[in-house]
Write a protein that binds this ligand. Structure first.
Ligand code: MG
Length: 174
């Protein structure tokens, strides 16, 4: 059985992951409207990954015989001045998500809920990757700042990003 505190925090995390999905979808739409198809693709893949994160948590709550409560999704920003600004926002947001995941891990540890602790290990590792990838994109955008050809090449590179289902969902399909 999940503790009430952990159950509520997991439901709140589902909402945060879906809000993240919505944020990245909004960035994708803004980039596409500005002709940056590669940047749009990168954020669309991100949008898909965030939905996976929510699904993993929903599956987990259900597997513990508890109820998933879907909360309202707050509105998101709809316009950014540049891809650099999008990736800066991404890093700021992912740092907040990392803090939320760490808080979940702390509650699970306090509860001595080892199953939840194990489930959260994937998210702890994922957040390290999310922050690293956002930092990498900021560096890339800074490198091409003010250079239209550089941005064109970077956009081409980002067009190659492909969505792959998150490992915990892929293994659940076995
Ligand atoms: Mg996420």
């Amino acid at each position: 059985m999940l503790s009430k505190q952990l159950h509520e925090a997991l439901n709140a995390q589902i909402n945060a992951e879906l809000w993240s999905a919505y944020l990245y979808l909004s960035m994708s739409m803004d980039a596409e409207a500005k002709g940056l198809k590669g940047v749009a693709n990168w954020f669309y893949v991100q949008f898909q990954e965030e939905q996976d994160h929510a699904r993993i948590l929903m599956n987990y709550i259900l597997s513990r015989d508890e109820k998933v409560t879907l909360l309202p999704i707050e509105e998101v920003r709809t316009e950014w001045a540049s891809p650099l600004e999008m990736f800066q926002d991404t890093l700021t947001h992912e740092k907040k998500v990392t803090a939320m995941i760490n808080n979940l891990a702390a509650i699970a540890a306090e509860d001595k809920d080892f199953a939840s602790s194990n489930m959260l290990v994937w998210f702890v590792d994922e957040q390290v990757e999310e922050e690293e990838s956002a930092r990498g994109m900021i560096t890339a955008c800074e490198a091409v700042e003010g250079n239209k050809f550089g941005l064109y090449m970077l956009d081409k590179e980002l067009a190659a990003r492909v969505y792959t289902q998150a490992a915990p969902l892929a293994s659940a399909n076995d």
